[in-house]
Ligand binder design. Structure first.
Ligand SMILES: Cc1ncc(COP(=O)(O)O)c(C=O)c1O
Length: 448
């Protein structure tokens, strides 16, 4: 069981661990955090991220590799280091550092519940990363399947929300049905989803936002359709949580997985699961460990410093929503503010790319449909492989990825293997100037 009592007694020492860092105006790189209010001030946000200030030669690097992993603000590194230096212990001991550890872990679960809109911190399972957690939960869910049951996956998903279910099907005799895409704008073809659903459907695995091309799927609708036939839903929120307000209760999803290192935290993963389901679901665990969620799914000793850092990352996101109200409210406001800013950046990027001859954008390009995408924009450039383009950009300290990013089904379906696409993934700390520097660089490389 997580330790929730005694938290107020531990509050002062936790504050020194950065656990409640944003309750007081702390200076990071000379900027009061409280100054980041609901109107988004990118310069103030950037000042929290040391990596963004670190020059390489005469240039500042441009981090457009965000879908692969984001940079961390100073408070995240501080919280991790303080945990290790001041509270490092195993859980559930009677002594000070162990009690501090229990409190950090409890608060990290509460913060994650606030981020995702979960009703209880016991609905949050921490783990190594989204992929490992999804494999573990898929093992458990497999216990509820029999031959002939059906699982639905999509061609748009990252393989971490496909392969575990293909393997479950292999092991149980379940049948896999695929949701196709519209190749023109790389959105899900919901007619193929409706056709795949049946009373045999037991699970629908779908991504909230595509890591490859940025499409936001209408998961609320897909969840309603899945529930109408009695199926469970497993949503991959890895690429939506860094960009959109998340509300698992409003969505009604049974599970939603994400990764802290994609939302300005450390390398850690977490999954929301509906409490009644987690209570019933069998866990692969050691016998002396608790039989209660989330502990029964958090096998072995956890990455405590990772949870301290995740907590600080969530508090950072909450700080973008100002100081008024509970953390959940500040998070909602902060994520709305960040989303609006990112949409303006994304629009600038899309319009700029569309003006460069030879560039083909893979995904939604219509500037009136920005609500249907996150600012992850993928492309090909005539005459140059994505790898060559990415290498040329890297020489100018512009960091982007090339390939399929494990979204193998979508690049295969679009005929873009083996080279894949170039992916430009923006985050809230990027600027219009950076987008312009990138666009000019692509234009120059194309001309050379
Ligand atoms: C959409 C999506 N799902 C899942 C994953 C896998 O996440 P993790 O590295 O936490 O296992 C990624 C990683 O890039 C991703 O982008």
């Amino acid at each position: 069981m997580l330790l929730h009592s005694g938290w107020t007694n531990l509050h002062p020492p936790l504050a020194t661990l950065g656990v409640v860092a944003y309750d007081s105006p702390i200076l990071y790189y000379g900027v009061p955090m409280s100054a980041i209010e609901t109107t988004f001030d990118v310069a103030r946000a950037r000042a929290c991220f040391p990596a963004l200030q670190r020059r390489q030669g005469n240039r500042l690097p441009i981090f457009f590799d965000n879908p692969g992993g984001t940079q961390v603000p100073q408070p995240v590194a501080d919280a991790m280091s303080r945990y290790l230096l001041e509270a490092n212990a195993n859980v559930h001991g009677g002594f000070r550092t162990s009690r501090l550890t229990d409190a950090v872990i409890a608060e990290a679960h509460q913060a994650a519940a606030d981020l995702l809109g979960a009703a209880s911190p016991d609905e949050i399972i921490f783990g190594q990363n989204m992929t490992t957690l999804t494999f573990a939960l898929s093992r458990s869910l497999a216990r509820w399947l029999k031959p002939g049951d059906e699982i639905i996956v999509t061609h748009l998903d990252h393989d971490a929300n496909i392969a575990p279910w293909l393997l479950v099907a292999q092991d149980t005799g379940a049948v896999v049905r695929w949701v196709d895409i519209h190749p023109d704008d790389v959105t899900l073809n919901l007619d193929t989803y409706a056709a795949a659903l049946s009373p045999q459907t037991r699970l629908v695995a779908v991504g909230y936002a595509s890591n490859a091309v940025g499409t936001i799927n209408d998961v609320a609708r897909m969840i309603r359709m899945a529930h109408a036939v009695g199926a469970l839903t497993y949503v991959d929120g890895v690429q939506s949580v860094p960009h959109l307000p998340t509300d698992v209760q409003a969505l009604g999803t049974d599970f939603l997985a994400c990764s802290a290192y994609k939302f300005f935290g450390p390398h850690a993963g977490l999954v929301y699961g509906r409490l009644d389901l987690l209570e019933q679901l069998p866990a692969y665990k050691v016998r002396p460990a608790t039989n209660l969620p989330p502990g029964k799914f958090e096998t072995g000793t956890q990455n405590h410093e990772g949870q301290a850092g995740t907590l600080a990352a969530i508090d950072y996101l909450a700080s973008l929503g100002g100081e008024q109200g509970l953390r959940r409210e500040r998070l909602q406001r902060g994520m709305e503010t960040l989303r609006r800013y990112e949409q303006s950046l994304g629009e600038h990027l899309l319009r700029g790319l569309m003006g460069i001859p030879g560039v083909r954008i893979v995904g939604i390009t219509d500037p009136t449909r920005l609500d249907e995408r996150v600012p992850t924009v993928s492309l090909t450039l005539d005459g140059l492989t994505p790898q060559a383009l990415s290498a040329a950009l890297a020489e100018q300290e512009i960091y982007v990825w090339a390939g399929n990013f494990y979204a193998l089904s979508v690049t295969s379906r679009l005929g873009l293997e083996p080279n894949g696409i170039l992916r430009v993934g923006l985050a809230h700390y990027n600027t219009l100037d950076e987008v312009d520097r990138f666009l000019n660089a692509v234009e120059d490389i194309r001309r050379d």
